[in-house]
Design a protein around this ligand. Structure first.
Ligand SMILES: [Zn+2]
Length: 415
């Protein structure tokens, strides 16, 4: 009631003001000099100028804002690249660790063998001495120990020289084996030290990766924090996504036409789809959704599968030919597979792609690894299915069972 009364009062004021203005203008016609002065005009001109300046300032701010946002998108892109680089480094260090592990196992085995051989060789040497003593040929140890002087010793050594020569081979082998064992022990120590170093490098690379990932996700969250400011950027990303999707359909049609011209079968897999990841947790379905956190499309075009982390394998949902495998600011790392006339599947936001364009993949083959690249605030798989050139919902909702569609999933509250 109070509001209504206020409104009416406001209206009344405006009417009175309008009437006063009409009167003033009417008066101005009669008495121009008294009603309007140059000062009034100049004041208005000043005001116009200042408004114009303000407008330009606002435009500049908006431009700066747009720049900030596209810079953020570019930053995310660079971060995605950095993440891919760190992942490659991690894979490299992991391979090194595996190599070291194999080397250590191998060296340990060789060492055991050498030690066994040494023991056998030493046993052989002892046998020789015992044998000669038994035979009464010569007891050169006894001979040497009985030396009364250095000269006596040298003389005795001459006497045992022949026997020594005979056994020298056994002794040399023993010495060589001992040297080999020492060397292997040193190699083992080095391998273990280097492996430890690689392990700690791996740990630091992993934490580097974690911080790069949270930074990348923060960039997108920052982008989506103020809806008004970022609407344009998100619209751009969506437009990009639409254009990429349309291009994928064009490529699929082209492939089917080529296959038909070559007399090849164009239906690569008439059967159903399989889950593209091991998770069955759906965070967003095809169609309406209230853009959670202002992120992504408000009219979602795919199925988002969450709880996949950054290292889960992504499987080809159906057999077919890879027609797209690339990075974009919206889809991030994504792959599109053509399954025949008007039928494609698209997998987005991968941390890495495992297939290239032109490759034929069987249903269930690993085509990439889950991630959060592109317009994505956290790891999930964005999965799109197109049939007869139209995006469809691949989930079997139960109300009307659809043959070959996906079942056994859980919908998150926001889906
Ligand atoms: Zn999505």
């Amino acid at each position: 009631m109070k509001k209504k009364a206020g409104k009416r009062l406001h209206h009344l004021c405006r009417s009175l003001f309008a009437a006063a203005l009409v009167l003033a203008l009417a008066g101005a016609d009669l008495l121009p000099a008294a009603a309007v002065t140059w000062a009034d005009v100049n004041e208005l001109k000043d005001e116009a100028n200042s408004l114009d300046a303000e407008k330009k300032e606002l435009e500049a701010q908006l431009d700066a804002l747009a720049d900030d946002k596209s810079q953020a998108v570019a930053r995310k892109e660079l971060l995605d690249q950095q993440i891919a680089n760190t992942e490659a480094q991690i894979a490299n260090v992991q391979a090194q660790i595996d190599e070291y592990a194999a080397l250590i196992t191998q060296t340990e085995q060789e060492l055991t063998e050498a030690e066994e051989q040494e023991a056998a060789q030493y046993e052989l040497f002892c046998d020789r001495v015992r044998e000669m003593e038994k035979q009464g040929e010569v007891s050169y140890w006894a001979v040497l120990f009985r030396a009364t002087s250095f000269t006596d010793l040298l003389g005795r050594m001459d006497a045992v020289n022949e026997v020594m020569k005979y056994d020298q081979g056994v002794i040399d082998d023993l010495k060589a084996l001992q040297a080999e064992i020492e060397e292997k022990k040193a190699t083992l120590e080095t391998s273990k030290t280097e492996s430890e170093a690689a392990r700690s490098e791996l740990e630091s690379k992993k934490s580097e990766l974690d911080s790069q990932r949270s930074e990348a996700n923060a960039v997108i969250q920052e982008l989506t924090a103020n809806e008004n400011e970022t609407e344009a950027v998100l619209a751009d990303l969506e437009a990009e996504q639409d254009a990429l999707w349309a291009e994928a359909q064009r490529l699929s049609d082209q492939l089917v036409a080529e296959q038909a011209a070559n007399g090849q079968s164009t239906e690569s897999n008439p059967g159903g789809y399989i889950w593209p990841v091991d998770s069955r947790y759906i965070t967003s379905t095809v169609g309406g959704r209230a853009s959670p956190g202002g992120i992504g499309s408000t009219n979602h075009k795919g199925t988002d599968i969450g709880r996949v982390g950054y290292t889960s394998p992504i499987y080809a949902s159906k057999s077919g030919t890879v027609i797209v495998s690339q990075y974009s600011s919206s889809y991030g790392n994504y792959v599109v597979i053509s399954h025949g006339s008007g039928n494609t599947t698209l997998y987005a936001h991968m941390s890495s792609r495992k297939v290239s364009v032109g490759e034929y993949v069987n249903q269930g083959d690993v085509i990439g690894i889950t991630g959060s690249t592109g317009n994505s605030t956290g790891p999930h798989l964005h999965f799109e299915v197109t049939e007869n050139g139209v995006r469809v919902n691949p989930l079997n909702d139960g109300a009307e069972p659809k043959m070959g569609y996906l079942t056994g999933y859980t919908l998150s509250k926001s889906a």
